[in-house]
Design a protein around this ligand. Structure first.
Ligand code: UD1
Ligand code: CA
Length: 478
């Protein structure tokens, strides 16, 4: 079907009173992203960003800032007097700009975040095919309480007579099963012609966009409804509990998408996987794994329980043992981490490298096959290939004012419990004796010992004991 001239308005100006939160509703997150960003992403699959108009009002600047990078346009609804009033501002925006509005306007709700692009495309196509003035996306949930209800002209008919809000339902209408999703397509001219005719004489004292349906019907226009295939995608998030339901649904969808692509996820309901995470086939995720943000995991990896990976890239055949925490880092093919490794931002762990128990890294480049297996802190370091970092080694990277770099050449052996005071360079193939405090560069192939020499005093213990025992004298005995 030829795509007609379409714009999309997203209603996002409301406060979200029912959340009892200081954060604007549309900036609450599910699946690791603000509600509004999910809706904008769906909108941008149908039209260009500059054809998307976000209606903002409550905490407008905060909302604008949070989504500015998407490139969408904004319409201000300074006072929030209802969804009809929100669309009145869109009309005023075009009038003020002297601009011709798009021929059709799709309207989305900023708090209905699971909506899929396919569903929006189907709605658009039905709207154009049926030459409707208004097309409403609906659903029939097991409990319709709280939603506006769509009343058909007659059962089984496409035509709609009216939408009635929950609070305005007559007693005999309370069981009406078909809900309004808050997602619509309009012929823009017919929408705009009726917006000024809305009244706020209703239970909420607001101008309802939903009343446009009966106004259009009264004017002899065609108003139809199509039922969404999938119930979850039209559910709204008015309370934290509803939002967490949608969050779980979205993450389960992400898990299912990965499983369909060959990823094994044990107990997927325990895993927290953000909507846009990518994982390769034959990777295994154990229970209680979290993969967050822009994380990408290669094929054939195993991520053991309680690991949390944020904005990081893992190559192929990587093993994360239990309880690893990774933030904004990269891990090369075949590397093995943990248990309880902590990669802070800008850690680049090379191919087949090992980062073991209670090792913390930050802004580190670690070469191929290098190992730091136990109890270390490695920060601001460039570490070559085939390096062995012994247990308890610490880079002293901070002098209280500045951070300094430690450079460790290929094949270096750093003995356990050494402290490397940066700035410092250990030349390729050098050795650092265990327990050293190294403050000066070490040339290639050299051994550096930075500790006081051991002295051993044979028989010292017995001698001390003898000295410590008081001598028995007649005057001191009783
Ligand atoms: C609305 C519909 C209801 C539908 C439900 C689906 C109306 C009158 N009712 O009810 O039929 O079943 O959505 O989820 O439209 N907003 C503004 N400006 C305002 C008021 C709201 O931009 O002045 C925005 C909100 O930020 C929100 C959306 O519009 O994103 C819907 O508003 P909300 O108050 O949540 O409407 P519901 O009561 O859920
Ligand atoms: Ca709502």
């Amino acid at each position: 079907m030829a795509v007609a001239d379409f714009g999309i308005a997203i209603m996002a100006a409301g406060k979200g009173t029912r959340l009892k939160s200081r954060r604007p509703k549309v900036l609450h997150e599910i699946g690791g992203r603000a509600l509004l960003l999910h809706v904008i992403a769906a909108a941008k699959t149908l039209v260009k960003a500059d054809q998307v108009y976000c209606i903002i009002g409550h905490e407008a600047e905060r909302v604008r800032e949070a989504v500015a990078a998407t490139g969408v346009g904004f319409v201000l609804q300074a006072e929030q007097r209802g969804t009809g009033h929100a669309l009145q501002q869109v009309k005023a925006h075009f009038v003020a700009a002297g601009a011709t509005p798009p021929e059709h306007l799709m309207v989305l709700s900023g708090d209905v975040p699971l909506i899929r692009p396919e569903t929006l495309a189907n709605l658009r196509d039905a709207h154009l095919r049926e030459h409707a003035a208004m097309t409403i996306l609906t659903a029939v949930p097991s409990d319709p309480t709280g939603y506006g209800r769509v009343l058909r002209v007659a059962p089984g008919q496409a035509g709609v007579a009216a939408i009635v809000e929950q609070k305005d339902l007559a007693p005999e209408q309370r069981d009406e099963p078909e809900i309004n999703s808050g997602i619509y397509c309009f012929e823009t001219a017919k929408l705009f012609a009726n917006l000024d005719r809305l009244s706020d004489a209703n239970a909420n004292g607001e101008f309802y966009l939903t009343d446009v349906a009966s106004l259009l019907v009264a004017a002899g226009e065609r108003v139809i409804a199509t039922v969404a295939e999938n119930l979850d995608e039209v559910l709204g998030a008015n309370t934290i509990a509803e939002m967490m339901h949608l969050d779980a649904a979205m993450r389960l969808l992400a898990a299912r998408r990965l499983m369909a692509a060959g990823v094994t996820i044990f107990r997927p309901e325990t895993c927290v996987i953000d909507a846009h995470v990518e994982v390769g086939a034959d990777t295994v995720l154990e229970p209680y794994v979290q993969l967050l943000g822009n994380t990408r995991v290669g094929v054939d990896c195993r991520i053991r329980s309680y690991s949390v990976v944020q904005d990081s890239v893992l190559g192929d055949s990587v093993l994360l043992r239990h309880g690893c925490i990774l933030d904004s880092s990269t891990v090369g093919d075949g590397a093995r981490l943990g248990p309880y490794a902590h990669l802070r931002p800008q850690s680049e762990i090379g191919t087949a490298a090992h980062i073991g128990n209670f090792v913390e890294t930050k802004k580190v480049r670690m070469g191929r096959g290098s190992k730091a297996n136990h109890l270390s802190y490695l920060g601001d370091a460039v570490i070559g290939a085939g390096v062995n970092i012994g247990a308890g080694v610490i880079t002293c990277n901070y002098d209280g004012v500045h951070k300094h770099t430690t450079t460790i050449g290929d094949g270096v052996f750093v003995g356990s419990d050494s402290t490397l005071v940066a700035p410092l360079t250990l030349g390729a193939g050098s050795y650092v004796a265990a327990g050293s405090c190294i403050t000066q560069d070490v040339e290639s192939g050299a051994l550096a010992v930075g500790r006081s020499r051991q002295t051993t005093k044979p028989g010292w213990v017995a001698a001390r004991k003898a000295k410590a025992t008081p001598t028995q004298t007649p005057s001191s005995s009783s």
